[in-house]
Design a protein around this ligand. Structure first.
Ligand SMILES: [Zn+2]
Length: 154
């Protein structure tokens, strides 16, 4: 980002209207460019006097205010990245649930017995099997192969 771009984004920055990407680039520039940082201090001073009346006693300590503001922007970017990661995880979980639902309905139609479904086996994996150990193992393996096939098809 160059100085012209940084100065164009100053007002949107103070109004908290930058995208995450713009905000990250803006902060990087401000932290490395003395001119733009001073410009931002002036802009923030005006903004503070205009909008932040409760904080009027602090209104002349703009250097500290800019530091605080930049630090809070950094925190904001960290949190929103974490949130985005959490959102992506929940989409993956939703997809797994969706696939399991389809798989279970197909299996139910095919076997007419819910104890044969992958979901049932997954939920009851810890329960002692009534059949002999070897038989259960072979069956589970076959079942797993089948489910993998279905997932890749879908
Ligand atoms: Zn600059």
């Amino acid at each position: 980002m160059d100085c012209l771009e940084a100065q164009r984004l100053m007002k949107p920055y103070l109004d908290k209207k930058l995208t995450d990407r713009e905000l990250a680039q803006f902060i990087d520039h401000i932290e490395h460019c003395r001119d733009c940082r001073e410009e931002l201090e002036i802009n923030m001073a005006v903004d503070t006097v205009m909008n932040d009346k409760d904080d009027a006693r602090d209104a002349y300590n703009f250097t500290r205010k800019v530091d605080e503001r930049l630090a809070s922007s950094r925190r904001f970017l960290r949190v929103s990245r974490t949130e985005r990661l959490a959102r992506r995880c929940s989409i993956v979980i939703a997809e797994i649930i969706f696939i399991l639902t389809i798989l279970t309905s197909v299996e139910l139609r095919e076997f007419q017995d819910h104890t044969f479904t992958t979901l049932y086996r997954f939920i009851h994996w810890y329960e002692p099997a009534t059949e002999t150990e070897t038989e259960t193992e072979t069956e589970t393996e076959a079942q797993t192969d089948e489910s993998e096939e279905m997932v890749s098809e879908g």
